[in-house]
Design a protein around this ligand. Structure first.
Ligand code: HEM
Length: 241
């Protein structure tokens, strides 16, 4: 009896609601659970249909987490110097257990996150979820897409192979033609007249620190706003029908 009492006290110290078989407990389950509290207490059936959002925003968030984790592991082996970067990548692929898998997980994760962000944006547009009150979150989303593109671009230089070198040479030259700020943008990225050690150092700092920090902060704001705007737009569509 005493044991059951203690167990129930331990249980209740963590779960502050009863079995969800009445409206009050159902609400408490939603508001006291870290994951469920991201949703409104009541949602429309329509917004729960997997084909409404295809979970593309969540997929972006999961891929970002995967990229941070594999990126941290890659940093154990990578050194951003023009003399050693390429040979470290080769050593990672050929001499480190699961090194090739780790590199591919990061590379493919990056491609997939960009694809998922573009598809997510298309879904939001198609369902009209960019309209008020969600217009601010749409703008946050645009910055998230730009940061995702920037992460892909800066990561591309890091292997320091021929493909990387020439892709960034072309990419930064194109940036140089942007009206007004082109020249400054190019010298900010390269830190010199051409792609060299300064550019590699800058791309590395942007890729492993500034851009992921920006994506992390904006994603938190983005998901918080989804909740504050009343969950998915589908909730309102059905309410007004
Ligand atoms: C790149 C990282 C991004 C992440 C991690 C992300 C995450 C999310 C998540 C988790 C949701 C909840 C619904 C869902 O899963 O579809 C959501 C909704 C939303 N997202 Fe994103 N998103 C990203 C990019 C974008 C972009 C590029 C746009 C548009 C320019 C955008 C605009 C919106 C809007 C307006 C909503 C509300 C949708 C509705 O109410 O139906 N997001 N996002």
């Amino acid at each position: 009896m005493r044991e059951r009492l203690t167990r129930s006290r331990v249980w209740r110290s963590i779960f502050r609601h009863g079995w969800p078989d009445n409206p009050l407990d159902r609400s408490l389950v939603m508001t006291t659970n870290l994951f469920l509290h991201l949703h409104p207490v009541k949602v429309n059936r329509r917004s729960l249909r997997p084909t409404y959002s295809f979970g593309l925003g969540v997929i972006c968030a999961i891929l970002f987490t995967e990229l941070v984790l594999t990126g941290i592991l890659l940093m154990f082996y990578y050194v951003p110097t023009v003399e050693r970067a390429y040979s470290y990548i080769i050593t990672l692929q050929t001499g480190v257990p699961f090194g090739q898998l780790l590199r591919n997980l990061h590379r493919w994760g990056g491609h997939l996150m960009l694809l998922a962000a573009i598809l997510h944006m298309a879904r939001v547009f198609y369902t009209g979820a960019y309209k008020p009150p969600r217009e601010f979150n749409w703008v946050v989303g645009v910055f998230l897409l730009l940061l995702t593109l920037a992460a892909s671009f800066t990561g591309y230089l890091l292997p320091w192979d021929q493909l990387a070198f020439w892709a960034i040479t072309v990419g930064t030259s194109v940036a140089g033609y942007a009206p007004g700020i082109g020249g400054q943008a190019r010298s900010f990225l390269l830190g010199g007249p051409e792609v060299g050690q300064e550019a590699l150092t800058r791309f590395y700092a942007l890729h492993v620190m500034l851009i992921p920090l920006g994506i992390g902060l904006l994603t938190s704001l983005h998901i918080w706003r989804v909740r504050k705007d009343g969950g998915l737009a589908a909730n309102e569509v059905e309410n007004t029908e």
